[in-house]
Design a protein around this ligand. Structure first.
Ligand SMILES: *Cc1c(COP(=O)(O)O)cnc(C)c1O
Length: 400
């Protein structure tokens, strides 16, 4: 059979066709009134996408660039910071904070798990400058309790800031950024926004801006203060990734359409879509006897599935690609060979979700040389989908 190439990776994710078209012939100069209009419109829309009234900045870099900016702009060498880590991306926070000379306190949870709020409460003393955490740890498929953590940080006072790497959280998780008091929340273009890699974005609170005036870590390209000044005039400090802005504008228009003209409603629909795809995938995998890697706190952004005992997940990843053109992700670092990850971030629909589960039935049978019982994963996912439709129509009736 034909094999179409499809990404099921937690970034980069499948591209929105309208965004690809928008960027293909885009050649506007960035110091023009037309581009300033586009730039300002995108920044305003991004506030709705993130769900904040705080300033939003879009930077020309991958997600890690905005992570670095949130360390270099908010800390001075020697500052005590608290890093919450339960995977490879949490470890990135730890390494970044160390690179900028912070005194790093770490709270860690085993891979596949999340943190104890009591332990955070205990370690969150008022001399902690900032707390760094992921909302979803893409290396394990775990979701962290950002709301609960934010409550603890806010109770610690206004001199302690909360920075959330929501690079796979935005567009897959409901956040109340301003209500919970998140000081910097970070996203990346190649995840739920359905466009290529190359842009990072973040929303910055008033509390963070105020504190930034006093910090002394070195920064230049990622000096958020000069980006804020430029953004107020509809520009970026340096040359923006212009064609990615065109793609981003198209993606935001698509999300607005999902909400029938309301971008906030569209964002909620995108989150619910990921949530449903994740529920279907978990049910499908478990129906095949597979174990989830993060069963107690699974994210909607992606599902991490343990490789069956005695089988390297690399063989599963390879079989997906060779037999079906489907790119799923292996485990990272120490988790390589132990799990595989299927993403639900952004542009995935029912057929993608059912298709990858149908492929999984073949892949598993081939890799383990066990006879397949076709339809187990697909059927379980269909049940989840059907129950979802029933709930939706029941709530529509209740609202009438
Ligand atoms: C993708 C991702 C990043 C950013 O990685 P880049 O390669 O720099 O874009 C950071 N954190 C999480 C949780 C991610 O999923």
């Amino acid at each position: 059979m034909l094999r179409k190439n499809r990404l099921f990776t937690p970034g980069p994710t499948p591209l929105l066709p309208a965004a690809q078209t928008a960027m293909a012939s885009f050649a506007m100069h960035h110091r023009t009134a037309d581009f300033r209009a586009l730039f300002s419109r995108v920044l305003a829309d991004m506030k709705d996408f993130i769900g904040t009234k705080n300033d939003v900045l879009v930077l020309a870099c991958s997600g890690t660039g905005a992570m670095e900016a949130s360390v270099s702009n908010l800390t001075s060498p020697g500052d005590k910071v608290l890093v919450l880590t339960a995977g490879k991306f949490g470890e990135r926070w730890r390494d970044l904070a160390k690179a900028f000379g912070c005194t790093v306190e770490v709270i860690s949870a085993p891979y596949g798990e999340t943190f104890s709020l009591d332990e955070i409460r205990h370690k969150l003393t008022s001399d902690v400058r900032a707390v760094y955490v992921q909302s979803t740890e893409s290396s394990t498929g775990a979701r962290h309790d950002v709301k609960g953590i934010a409550k603890l940080v806010r109770a610690a006072g206004d001199d302690t800031l909360l920075v959330v790497d929501a690079i796979t959280g935005l567009g897959t998780t409901h956040f109340d950024v301003d209500g919970w008091g998140i000081d910097i929340i970070i996203g990346g273009s190649q995840k739920a926004l359905m466009i290529p890699p190359g842009l990072a974005y973040c929303a910055v609170s008033e509390r963070a801006w105020k504190l930034m005036a006093t910090t002394t870590s070195p920064r230049y390209y990622f000096d958020l203060r000069i980006e804020r000044k430029a953004a107020a005039k509809g520009e970026s400090a340096f040359t923006p990734a212009t064609s990615l802005f065109a793609a981003l504008a198209a993606a935001l228009d698509y999300i607005r359409e999902l909400g029938n003209g309301d971008l906030v409603a569209g964002r909620e629909a995108l989150v619910n879509n990921a949530e449903l795809a994740a529920q279907m995938t978990r049910a499908g995998a478990q129906a095949l006897g597979l174990k989830l890697f993060s069963p107690s706190c699974p994210a909607a952004a992606l599902t991490a599935i343990q490789s069956p005992a005695g089988f390297d997940s690399g063989a599963i990843v390879k079989e997906f690609r060779e037999s079906f053109g489907a790119v799923v992700a292996n485990g990272q670092g120490e988790m390589k060979g132990k799990l595989f990850r299927i993403a639900h971030l952004g542009y995935y629909d029912y057929l993608d979700t059912i298709g990858v589960l149908a492929a999984l039935e073949h892949v598993l049978a081939n890799v383990t040389s066990k006879p397949a019982e076709y339809g187990l994963a697909v059927g379980a996912a269909q049940e989840v989908y059907a129950r979802h439709l029933q709930r939706e129509s029941a709530s529509a009736v209740a609202q009438r």
